[in-house]
Ligand binder design. Structure first.
Ligand SMILES: Cc1cc2nc3c(=O)[nH]c(=O)nc-3n(C[C@H](O)[C@H](O)[C@H](O)COP(=O)(O)O)c2cc1C
Length: 177
């Protein structure tokens, strides 16, 4: 048995179908998958701000995109802002040492759920973090980490995709010694 096709067929598009719209039920399904991710001590240190292309919040988010992401992200049916619960409210004590790690895992669940639904995601950091943070004003201790564009890909998966080998995954950190 090979690696499950969900993993091998996934890719991050740079072109989305600008006509395709996502239903509320599908947004709910994506968050449902994200919610089932494992986390340190079951701390679940993640939150998601979602905006479908037809919602007023979409314009609010698009204003903060960088020039690069502004060329493709607005045409995706859904934009998602991801947030991690890094600190306990009004302190500099870590809420969890694994907050960003766990958020990433929850995003991976969302991404593969999208893939199973015939949708594609591109995660990205090309936006004005300070501007978006000022605008969305996440709760104390919460920090915006990334965004995800979700939609129907309007391009094929690239044939040539660079990946390190499994042998390199096993040896690279020790190769000096
Ligand atoms: C945390 C994170 C940040 C990323 N930031 C950007 C970005 O700012 N702009 C962009 O075009 N792609 C961004 N990407 C997408 C990666 O470039 C992409 O996942 C990588 O090239 C591998 O391609 P694949 O997802 O198609 O396998 C980001 C991905 C991750 C996980």
């Amino acid at each position: 048995m090979g690696v499950h096709p969900l993993f091998t067929s996934r890719f991050s598009p740079l072109r989305y179908d600008p006509e395709w719209t996502i239903s509320d039920d599908d947004v709910e399904l994506l968050l449902e998958a994200a919610r089932w991710a494992p986390s340190a001590g079951n701390s679940q240190p993640w939150a998601y701000f979602t905006a479908r292309r037809d919602e007023p919040d979409h314009k609010r988010i698009v204003r903060h995109l960088a020039a690069s992401s502004g060329r493709w992200a607005p045409s995706a049916g859904l934009l998602v802002v991801t947030m991690a619960h890094r600190f306990i409210e009004d302190t500099d004590w870590a809420y969890s040492d694994f907050a960003d790690y766990d958020l990433g895992q929850s995003v991976a669940h969302l991404t593969l759920q999208a893939q199973a639904m015939g949708l594609a995601c591109r995660q990205f950091r090309a936006f004005d973090l300070d501007g978006l943070t000022a605008d969305l004003a996440p709760g104390a201790g919460w920090h915006i980490v990334s965004m995800i564009a979700v939609g129907r890909a309007a391009e094929e998966r690239p044939a040539d995709r660079a990946r390190r080998t499994t042998a390199d995954l096993r040896t690279a950190p020790w190769s000096g010694g």
